[in-house]
Design a protein around this ligand. Structure first.
Ligand code: 2ZS
Length: 330
């Protein structure tokens, strides 16, 4: 089997991407944020208090003839940005881009934090991290990818995110039309359950490449790139008027400033993030102060290659044993 579904930006700065999925019988369609940085599949549902729902699509298990409550199971998750949700669990038919799993654990929200309520374009998350991170208790559940893996032509999914355009999540195959040149594969460390790999270094603009190991995670659910402070300060030193603003929580600069590109290494391959991706967004609509798409990871305790970096490449998440991650130009 294979599957292929669109990854659509939810706003004009690519803060996140959503992908249509169908759940149950008859099928209910929701738009989910596919997140390689977590491993819970949860949805706004008929169990979510109306006061916490603001236009999101909901999954109603009682309207699905194939839904079954997973008795006594609950879940609760908190993400890196502090947003959180919790609830109970059903199993039901689940399809992504033509690829179906019969008894997928679908975690129904009974409580979501205010940031989820206010994010009206996201109806839930589909975790693509390793199933060891799943929060369902007393028995943890498998991700959609882990459930589908055995039936896939190849145990992979690929990520092709685009700037202000629809990209794709493909399952079970590698589409040669989506990348150029070779795919460079590197090992993945599955502890504690993210797609953790080691980059071979970086360069700022046309500057020399600094060979150094940068261990971090490939995270489709994170908007920006978060790297060690030394690298980030070296970058913004090249940007006139840039400051690290406590007020705005990161590096800001005059939107009129010229930004260098940022290049990162994967093995011998080099990937360049265009300046336009790093001039992420005005700090407020119409402001002439812009927030950077490259920020320091010092507050996070983990380096994150989020959407700003993923948009610059075609990435293969290889779920074979042992897992690897592959990066190609496009
Ligand atoms: C630096 S870690 C923070 C990361 N969140 C983010 O990157 C959020 C995502 C978001 C999308 C839509 C609306 C609102 C927020 N964006 C964010 O914090 N931004 C602030 C800086 O400007 C860019 C937007 C995060 O928590 N990612 C989650 C998934 C994410 C999906 C959207 C809803 C909130 C949760 C997950 O990938 C995760 O926790 O990763 C861990 C390993 C850090």
């Amino acid at each position: 089997d294979t599957g292929s579904a669109a990854a659509v930006p939810i706003d004009d700065v690519d803060i996140a991407y959503v992908t249509p999925v169908t759940i149950g019988t008859p099928p209910q369609t929701l738009q989910l944020d596919f997140d390689t940085g977590s491993s819970d599949l949860w949805v706004f549902s008929s169990h979510t208090p109306a006061s916490q729902v603001r236009g999101q699509e909901i999954y109603s298990p009682n309207k699905s003839s194939t839904a079954k409550l997973l008795e006594g199971h609950t879940w609760s998750i908190t993400y890196g940005d502090g947003s959180a949700s919790r609830g109970n669990v059903y199993v039901d038919n689940f399809t992504v881009g033509g690829l179906s799993v019969a008894q997928q654990a679908v975690q129904t929200a009974q409580q979501v934090s205010s940031s989820f309520t206010s994010e009206t374009n996201i109806d839930g998350l589909l975790g693509l991290g390793f199933s060891t991170l799943n929060t369902v208790s007393p028995k943890s559940q498998l991700t959609f990818f882990d459930n589908a893996k055995a039936s896939l032509d190849s145990p992979v999914f690929t990520v092709d995110l685009k700037a202000q355009a629809a990209g794709t999540y493909d399952f079970g195959f590698i589409d040669k039309a989506k990348y150029t040149g070779e795919i460079t594969y590197v090992p993945v460390n599955t502890n504690p359950g993210y797609w953790t790999f080691t980059s071979s270094g970086y360069a700022v603009g046309s500057g020399s490449f600094s060979s150094q190991s940068i261990t971090g995670i490939a995270d489709t659910g994170t908007s920006l790139v978060y790297l060690p402070t030394a690298i980030v300060t070296a970058y913004y030193r090249q940007v006139s008027g840039a400051t690290n603003s406590r007020n705005y929580g990161g590096y800001v600069f005059p939107c009129s400033s010229a930004l260098p590109t940022f290049t990162f290494g994967v093995g011998d391959a080099r990937f360049t993030i265009p300046s336009s991706y790093i001039s992420y967004s005005p700090i407020a609509p119409g402001s002439s102060t812009c927030f950077g798409g490259l920020q320091s990871s010092s507050g996070l305790g983990i380096n994150i290659w989020g959407d700003v970096a993923l948009k610059a490449a075609f990435v293969v998440f290889n779920g074979a044993n042992p897992p690897t991650i592959g990066w190609a130009k496009k």
